[in-house]
Write a protein that binds this ligand. Structure first.
Ligand code: ADP
Length: 303
């Protein structure tokens, strides 16, 4: 069965981009789940039908590194999305000063993130809102991408929610220049920001506005030359920036290995057509050379 009667409602887990999330028990399976209540009231009529159809597609996106969408049902004026319950998220891991992240741990988190992305990109689904608190962690240490595809179905995250400003720090340069024909590269850029954040233990590119975000990107990687990114000047919001030279990437990540920096720089390619794909990244020598990725069960989690 499906619907309101199937779940025993528990405590509220938090308020997210699209609405309230609460904990519940699935009577059918006895499993703990997270129910996301999405207010449909503010969406124009007709959007709901499309939304439901697209959500059905998300249910088919089954992968060990994608959070399972257990059930979808409308109730009153809300759409309820039922997900498997997850203990923690990567943001909590990064912020927990008691957790030491070894090179193998970082490799493990990146491998799981890229596996989830590769699966969805193969099916032409983009995440569009990748950030550490959307990477959930289960009891077995498995990392799973949450909120896949929701940004497209329900529109850009609502600016009313102050925590949304953080999403800017993970935004690819083509998005900041107003590109409307963006692709899977936007998720790779965000994954690169998360990769950097795992090493630095703080967000890497913390822009205070969209313009400042581009400034932070250019300060880290240099202003892109036209030869590096030929389509850049044709983007809707393109503006010329004062020239910034690129410092060596090594100076920003002194502890990283050569393999690590090579993969990171390919994920941070300015031109989305040049940027490495998730499938290619998983084949990169970084995942082959020592240290091996830590087995998920051995990764430490916040209490
Ligand atoms: P955001 O829009 O900021 O990403 P969400 O709507 O995804 O937030 O989530 C709101 C709150 O619910 C957060 O505190 C998050 O940790 C929690 N939450 C979301 N999904 C799950 C889940 N599957 N299991 C456990 N907690 C969840």
């Amino acid at each position: 069965s499906s619907g309101e009667g199937r779940y025993i409602k528990g405590t509220t887990l938090g308020e997210g981009t699209y609405g309230i999330v609460f904990k519940a028990i699935d009577r059918q399976t006895g499993r703990t789940v997270a129910v996301k209540k999405i207010r449909l009231g503010k969406y124009k009529e007709g959007v709901n039908v499309t939304a439901l159809r697209e959500i059905k597609l998300l249910k088919e996106l089954r992968d060990p590194n994608i959070i399972e969408l257990v059930d979808v049902y409308p109730h009153k004026r809300n759409l309820h999305l039922v997900f498997e319950f997850m203990e923690s998220d990567l943001e909590a891991v990064i912020r927990d000063r008691n957790i030491v992240l070894s090179a193998g741990d970082i490799k493990s988190y990146m491998q799981m993130t890229l596996k989830g992305l590769a699966h969805c990109h193969k099916k032409w689904v983009l995440h569009r809102d990748m950030k550490p608190n959307n990477l959930l962690i289960g009891v077995d240490g498995q990392l799973k991408l949450a909120d896949f595809g929701l940004a497209r179905i329900f529109g850009s995250p609502d600016r009313r929610f102050t925590h949304q400003v953080f999403a800017r720090w993970y935004r690819a340069p083509e998005l900041l220049f107003g590109s409307k024909q963006y692709g899977a590269g936007v998720d790779i850029w965000a994954a690169a920001c998360i990769f950097a954040e795992l090493m630095l233990r703080r967000p890497f590119l913390q822009g205070s506005s969209d313009i400042d975000q581009l400034g932070k990107i250019f300060a880290a990687f240099g202003t892109p030359r036209e030869s590096q990114w030929p389509d850049m000047t044709a983007l809707p919001d393109y503006v010329e920036y004062q020239f910034c030279p690129a410092p060596p990437l090594r100076s920003l990540f002194p502890m990283a290995t050569e393999d690590c920096l090579d993969l990171l720089s390919r994920m941070f390619a300015f031109d989305p057509n040049v940027r490495i794909t998730a499938a290619q990244a998983l084949e990169h020598r970084y995942f082959v050379t020592e240290p091996a990725p830590t087995r998920p069960q051995l990764l430490r989690r916040p209490p």
